[in-house]
Design a protein around this ligand. Structure first.
Ligand code: NAD
Length: 479
């Protein structure tokens, strides 16, 4: 079956590419349109043309449309979650959880539409008032990665539409099925043609044209640091347009001697291996002080023996396959590299045969790693964690900060003094105490520091800053 792009309210497509299930590469999910440069330009023109109509759309009707989208996603969460798992490889419960979050995100931003829109100020002049008014930025380009095929598009599309912007949405080419289903739901919500456009296709064609287009007023991107920085450069040079890029991570979890061991093991298991480790917020560097280092490694390795890796849609599976052959090759190469660099492979790391052909890998745990090893500096983006031994809290924080990334970080400890120091000195955008680094909520700001983020935060109330612009209005009454 063929699935087309949505441009100016019309489904259309010329070139199609196959979407394959990473749990079973013999399972072809469908053929999805890959937009040409001309089609991308058409979508941008459609979004630009619809700007005024959507800006002036009655807010109550905008709220109603967002609620329809959110409620439809929630009603269809089992189906959408399964479709997501089939194309991305995360297990069914996680797919449904992600669909639920996407639905809740639309409902959350529906509730933001009717919040206050500006402030009133006095003037130094007689008979004059000054107020500020929030306005939509305009036509927004949205470029997303493959690892959260519903949640990340939702947390960009929902605030964009809520605050009166029109959208050109380019999903990652690995996960067009989730994007297409989401686009169909948005299209059926009754919003005017051209307000939301879907252009599936290649980054170097579709994404590049979006970044360079002077007709888009903003680009919000999530993906790798290299792509994000290239988009930021192109976006500023061609416009300039407003830019928000959420990029890579190499997140540290500090475990101190006074930590509750079970809490620490739980945090490593969740942070490093859930979603096959393919989360930007995943725990990759575990930095443990000497006293707890051996028991932590032993405890995690023991727990890993119980992990069931298999087809994402089968029952009783803990971890699905990696999302693609490229992902499988990249993660396997890092596991070999870690051993060459001198880290000890304590558990896992081997390819797994399953009854269906797919990208199955046993999660891997390294120990004895040094902070500057490449496996502890570069984003592996798979189910791989390395434990680094450290002297004390001071050394642990220095080591945790010793990366170019700063998305999130965590600490497991019973010491209030250590928690305060960690919160003050850790250079990362999201800090977790006695919990996994990977868990975030939709109503609070999301983003990082250093090479992990550029531009304003996303999600929660922070999204308003990116998706609106402020006009300062001076009004003098002629008396
Ligand atoms: P990627 O950078 O390869 O691709 C992301 C998107 O950019 C895709 O839609 C892709 O088609 C597009 N793209 C690629 N080249 C482009 C170009 N030249 N111009 C414009 N667009 C282009 O990333 P990915 O492999 O899809 O995702 C994994 C990465 O995403 C990891 O680095 C991960 O850490 C990161 N990520 C970050 C966050 C966060 O919030 N910080 C969340 C999830 C994933």
């Amino acid at each position: 079956m063929q699935f087309e792009n949505l441009i100016g309210g019309r489904w259309q497509g010329q070139n199609f590419t196959q979407n394959v299930n990473p749990s079973d590469t013999a399972d072809v999910i469908g053929e999805y349109a890959s937009a040409t440069l001309d089609e991308t330009q058409d979508a941008i023109r459609a979004a630009a043309a619809a700007r005024g109509q959507w800006r002036d759309f009655p807010p109550a009707e905008r709220v109603a449309a967002l609620r329809r989208i959110g409620n439809t996603i929630l009603e269809r969460r089992a189906e959408l979650g399964a479709a997501l798992s089939r194309e991305e490889g995360k297990i069914r419960a996680e797919g449904i959880g992600e669909a639920t979050r996407a639905g809740m995100t639309f409902l959350y931003y529906a509730s933001q539409v009717e919040q206050e829109q500006g402030s009133l100020f006095s003037s130094s002049r007689a008979n004059t008032a000054i107020h500020t008014a929030r306005k939509p930025v305009g036509a927004v380009g949205i470029i997303t990665p493959w690892n959260f095929p519903l949640a990340i598009p939702a947390w960009k599309i929902a605030p964009a539409l809520a605050f009166g912007n029109t959208v050109v949405f380019k999903p990652a080419d690995l996960v067009p099925s989730s994007a297409w289903l989401l686009a169909e739901i948005i299209h059926q919500s009754g919003i005017p043609d051209g307000v939301f456009n879907l252009v599936m296709g290649k980054g170097r064609t579709v994404g590049d044209a979006m970044a360079k287009s002077p007709d888009l007023n903003a680009i919000t991107f999530t993906g790798s640091t290299a792509t994000g920085l290239a988009i930021a450069r192109a976006g500023i040079a061609n416009g300039p347009k407003r830019i928000q890029t959420e990029m890579g991570g190499k997140n540290s979890l500090i475990v101190l001697d006074d930590a509750d061991l079970v809490t620490a093991i739980d945090a490593v298991m969740d942070g490093a291996f859930v979603s096959t480790g393919q989360r930007c917020t995943a725990t990759s560097r575990v930095i443990a002080t000497r006293g707890i280092y051996p028991s932590l490694i032993e405890g995690v390795a023991k727990r890993m023996k119980g992990l069931r890796v298999g087809h994402a849609l089968e029952a009783d599976i803990d971890i699905g396959p990696l999302a693609s052959q490229a992902q499988f090759d990249q993660v396997s190469e890092y596991i070999e590299l870690g051993q060459r660099e001198g880290a000890e492979l304590v558990a896992g790391g081997e390819a797994i045969e399953n009854s269906t052909p797919g990208y199955y890998l046993q999660p891997a745990l390294f120990a004895g790693g040094a902070s500057q090893m490449r496996i502890n500096q570069e984003e592996i983006f798979g189910p791989v964690a390395c434990v680094i031994e450290t002297d004390d809290l001071d050394d642990a924080i220095i080591t945790a900060n010793d990366t170019r990334y700063g998305l999130c970080a965590g600490i497991i400890t019973d010491s209030n003094k250590a928690i305060v120091k960690f919160q003050r000195e850790m250079d990362a955008g999201m800090l977790h105490v006695n919990r996994s680094t990977a868990l975030t909520e939709l109503h609070v700001p999301f983003g990082g520091s250093k090479s992990s983020s550029y531009g304003p935060r996303e999600q929660g109330t922070a999204a308003r800053e990116f998706f609106t612009t402020l006009a300062t209005v001076y009004t003098t009454t002629v008396v």
